[in-house]
Design a protein around this ligand. Structure first.
Ligand code: ADP
Length: 632
């Protein structure tokens, strides 16, 4: 009996005693080893006539013996010599995997196994005896490697026809927690091959049971009575995998329908994707990617249950269902897969390099997704608007999050409904048609477009012939504030003091008028209280009597949003009550006695709040005052 090397023994122990729930991945590991062995011999056959095999001859055969609890995986690949059996299976090749374990002492083995597999030894998760019989191409004779686990292994000559390797697993007995017998069930095995190894380039075959009527039984006969004994189970060899992955095919040969069907089946959607991105990249990272942007948001998209990520394949073998490292949060709506040549299926000393490789792929994908979205925005606006309606909120959060780190890269993807033709516009479009004298990009916040249109300040800006962006989503203003400018133009909330459309003379005249009415405004401010910082005349309102103008960074809309967040300590916008200097009400105020003036002040403030779509503190008092003045 030969001993495993210390490291191998540790890994083996880890496998045998693993509580890992997805033990099923052992099959993926063994099949992918077989596929590698086939690759090697196939490659050889291209230059070496002696191999005597054609492309179609290379196969992987699975078979089960339920009674003896045996599962076999056979390939006619390159095989292993006695020495190779000893070297490859007795010593763990991937010393890096244990280093990785050490670094992650607190972490469990679970992720390591799940994400990257641990090769051949994973067989010991489901088998208590493993036999490997192999004949190497060009070698002398066949050899058997046999082990029951950690105590060691034996090597001896054996009989085997043809080159290749047969791995025989004696499947563990079922326990209360684990039903190992599932790995002896043909249908289960077929499903596992579909799930993990569908795109292995060689046929994976298995004799599948089907039930059929015994010969001589005629169920259409008049006196026929059903009996289970009339049926027998027959086995028919089936190829379990579909072999050529769609993403490996030439783009030109794939129809829109094929892409759609693939997407719907794989990602469980009932609607065709809005955008398909199929790309092959070569260079520092070599990979193919097939990405989809859904036409609608999944029902749980804006909840914490939603998990972003792409399927990650290594040469056609599924490594992980959801690799979240491949997508930034703001593109979390993208579905699809990446197949990389550079990633090895197993953890290894290149572990760190994998991460590097993954990051490289992620960066390339991110750029690609962005450029495809921009392209769509230009070529198929309708579809782009559909995508934006579903996922635009996420993109705006992307602008806002991480302290605006991604705002430059995302700003051109944004759309805002605008007063120009009533359609959603990009910031680029807005800036392109700005009149020369217009200083800022104007926006207004409110629940709906209609409500915003009712804002006196919005009306004043539109009257100047300036376009307004409607911010109807909570995140909108936060995103704009984070961006601060676009194409060097500042954003200005029409309801804030940053919006100033007057000329210098107009400003001067207004200043004078305000100074003259100083004591009047003081009385009014005191009557209203701390809710306003100031009362003053304005020249920006056309027909409306009053408005509230926020000063400083926090607008009224932001006050409302922040106020709804748990743990907010009532962030307050600083607002001024502004009165239209040309409105008849201005004269009325000037001539009112002090008591009446105080009442007017409270009324005007409440009115201004109502116009902004906000509630008023004391509706009863408001109503009393109105009646009092009506009956005067
Ligand atoms: P890895 O596949 O990452 O190298 P494994 O532990 O799965 O690690 O396998 C160790 C080695 O054993 C492989 O590199 C390969 O050389 C050899 N091997 C495993 N399975 C087969 C097979 N079916 N045919 C030929 N060689 C094999």
């Amino acid at each position: 009996m030969k001993q495993f090397k210390a490291e191998s023994k540790k890994l083996l122990d880890m496998m045998i005693n693993s509580i890992y729930t997805h033990k099923e991945i052992f099959l993926r590991e063994l099949i992918s080893n077989a596929s590698d062995a086939l690759d090697k011999l196939y490659f050889r056959s291209l230059t070496d006539d002696q191999v005597g095999m054609a492309r179609g001859d290379f196969v992987i055969d699975l078979s089960v013996d339920k009674e003896k609890r045996l599962l076999r995986i056979a390939d006619n690949g390159i095989g292993m010599s006695e020495e190779e059996l000893d070297k490859n299976l007795g010593v763990i090749a991937k010393s890096g995997s244990l280093d990785f374990k050490k670094e992650n002492q607190t972490g469990d083995d679970v992720d390591v196994i799940g994400q990257f597999g641990v090769g051949f030894y994973s067989a010991f998760m489901v088998a208590d005896e493993v036999t490997v019989e192999s004949r190497a191409y060009g070698g002398d004779g066949a050899y058997r490697w046999y082990s029951r686990g950690a105590e060691g292994y034996t090597l001896s000559p054996c009989e085997k026809e043809g080159v290749g390797t047969v791995i025989t697993l004696h499947i563990k007995e079922d326990t209360d927690d684990e039903k190992y017998s599932e790995f002896l069930d043909e249908n289960r095995l077929a499903a596992l091959v579909k799930k993990y190894s569908d795109y292995i380039r060689y046929p994976i075959r298995l004799d599948m049971p089907t039930s059929r009527l015994k010969e001589g039984v005629d169920p259409s006969a008049e006196d026929y009575h059903y009996s289970p004994d009339d049926y027998e189970t027959v086995y028919e060899q089936k190829v379990l995998n579909s072999m050529t992955p769609l993403w490996k095919k030439n783009k030109k040969e794939i129809t829109k329908e094929e892409y759609s069907a693939f997407y719907k089946e794989k990602f469980f959607d009932y609607e065709d994707p809005a955008l398909v991105i199929h790309t092959k990249t070569e260079g520092s990272a070599t990979f193919s990617a097939l990405l989809f942007v859904p036409a609608h948001a999944p029902f749980n998209y804006y909840t914490k249950d939603y998990e972003k990520g792409l399927q990650l394949f290594s040469k056609g073998v599924l490594i992980t269902e959801k690799c979240k490292e491949l997508l930034p949060d703001y593109f979390s709506f993208v579905k699809g897969l990446v197949d990389s040549e550079d990633l090895s299926l197993n953890i290894s000393r290149e572990m760190l390099q994998h991460d590097h490789q993954l990051r490289l792929i992620a960066r390339t994908l991110e750029k690609k997704i962005k450029s495809e979205l921009l392209h769509l925005q230009e070529t198929d606006r309708e579809t782009y608007e559909k995508i934006f309606a579903a996922f635009g909120t996420q993109l705006k959060f992307g602008v806002y999050n991480d302290y605006g780190a991604h705002k430059d890269s995302l700003q051109d993807l944004l759309l805002f409904p605008s007063s120009y033709e009533g359609k959603p516009v990009t910031l680029k479009e807005y800036v392109a048609r700005m009149p020369e004298e217009q200083k800022a990009i104007y926006y207004a916040c409110g629940e709906t477009k209609e409500k915003i249109d009712m804002l006196p300040q919005a009306e004043a800006v539109k009257d100047r012939g300036y376009e307004i962006l409607y911010c109807t989503e909570q995140v909108d203003e936060f995103a704009l504030k984070m961006m601060m400018t676009y194409a060097e133009k500042p954003f200005a909330n029409v309801c804030a003091d940053e919006t100033d459309l007057s000329t210098d003379e107009e400003k001067e005249a207004l200043k004078k008028q305000n100074e003259e009415a100083k004591s009047l405004f003081e009385t009014m401010k005191n009557a209203i209280g701390d809710s306003v910082s100031e009362v003053r005349f304005t020249d920006k309102l056309k027909n409306h009597p009053v408005c509230l103008t926020s000063e400083g960074g926090v607008s009224l809309e932001m006050e409302r949003v922040l106020g709804q967040m748990p743990g907010s300590n009532g962030v307050k916008a600083k607002v001024a009550l502004e009165i239209n200097k040309d409105h008849p009400i201005a004269e009325t105020l000037k001539t009112a006695d002090e008591e009446t003036l105080k009442k007017y002040a409270v009324l005007l403030y409440d009115q201004a709040r109502l116009i902004e779509g906000m509630s008023i503190d004391d509706p009863a008092k408001f109503s009393d005052l109105v009646c009092e003045l009506m009956t005067k």
